[in-house]
Write a protein that binds this ligand. Structure first.
Ligand code: TYD
Length: 135
């Protein structure tokens, strides 16, 4: 089965309050992995593309904390585009999926929770190599 089938939007708990709303992520409860790392992408100039790689082992959960952007997932055969524009849901990205992020709005803020520590050896940057590594 393609790992792309495991990619999905996950709705997060939302506490609506006249003082302001609150959402929450707990590992293994709202997302299917333990969080080893958190990073965020911000101040993205218009038209810029982020990502453009796959991970061999790392899984991610991506939330648009502010603004909007698109995440394009690709298993070498099929592509799916997910538009993220609310902070009360996110996109689960399984390992072994090519992922690219683009169409960042002004002042957008992408929060990314990762299942593994940063490891340059976990990246596949060559799309042809990625395609050919799929059984
Ligand atoms: P990269 O993962 O290539 O960013 P993107 O996928 O959004 O294009 O990372 C960009 C740079 O940041 C790269 O030089 C490595 C560094 N980096 C870290 O040091 N730690 C991290 O956890 C991440 C994600 C990146």
């Amino acid at each position: 089965m393609s790992p792309l089938n495991g990619a999905r939007i996950i709705d997060l708990p939302k506490t609506l309050d006249r003082r302001g709303n609150l959402s929450v992520i707990e590992e293994l409860k709202n997302i299917p992995f333990k969080i080893k790392r958190t990073y965020w992408i911000y101040d993205v100039p218009g038209g810029e593309i982020r990502g453009g790689h796959a991970y061999k082992a790392n899984q991610e959960f991506i939330v648009a904390l502010s603004g909007s952007f698109d995440v394009i997932l690709d298993d070498g055969k099929e592509r799916k585009i997910f538009s993220l524009n609310r902070s009360y849901y996110g996109l689960y990205v399984p390992k072994g999926v090519w992922r690219q992020m683009q169409n960042f709005s002004t002042n957008s803020l992408a929060l990314i929770l990762a299942s593994a520590k940063y490891n340059p050896d976990d990246y596949i940057f060559d799309y042809e190599l990625f395609k050919n590594s799929i059984i």
